[in-house]
Ligand binder design. Sequence first.
Ligand code: SF4
Length: 274
Amino acid sequence: MSSLDLRQLHDTEFPIPDEMQGNLAITSLSKVYNWSRRSSVWPMLFGLACCAIEMIATAAARYDTARFGMEVMRASPRQSDLMIVSGTVTKKMVVPIVRLYNQMPEPKYVLAMGACASGGGPFKEGYNVVSGIDQYVPVDVYVPGCPPTPQALINGLIALQKKIDGQSLANMDDVPWYGVGPSDPVPIPILGPDIIDPRQMGLIRQQAMAAAAGQPYGLRELPTVPMKIVSKTASAAGMVEVDAISVVDEAAEADRKARRQDAVARKRAFLAKS
Ligand code: SF4
């Protein structure tokens, strides 16, 4: 509310005592809540490759993330608000990254720093690198570059602050985690010949048996199971071979959706009453 509005309030409905003149501010709960959150986003203390050096430089004296309230890098995911994925994400490393993400409490944010974390970078075609961390955990901000400079990372942190500023406690789409209990964990991939989603074991076995029996296998032959293809390559024979796929467990998805809708409805009813 502007100062003009405040004066009008003073003149009309809510007389302000003299001793409080100039010491009163009116704002919304979302504004205060978001201001406190955006000014104390604690990043997790971990780095993966060359980009991490730039992240360290960002936290040092020349750039100084203390002015954002972000200088306290936490060594525990339980105390972290922000995961900065800074560097090349190998298939071996994506498993602990997802586990750490699941251990962070809500509200939690992910920033993909650099070309590697955003899409595989110069190692995109490598046998051991994933094509972006956003295939495994939800990413809020992408910072391009190889490596991004500290200024670029700071720009990404400001973008995250703007995102937090734009969230409203009255809008469940903005803050789906607010007041509805713990969020569902992201499935932890299994480190195998290629990383796989544990929910697709049945399908993987089926495909492996087809391959062993010399039968066609691959995307064209897959049964009509709802699934999300995480990565795929084209074989010499023109058959698409699936490297990693995520099969949607329809019953579990429906149950999760129903529980979420119930929690959102209860939250909306509470907000309507208050
Ligand atoms: S984006 Fe470039 S600087 Fe960053 S981790 Fe990858 S190769 Fe290294």
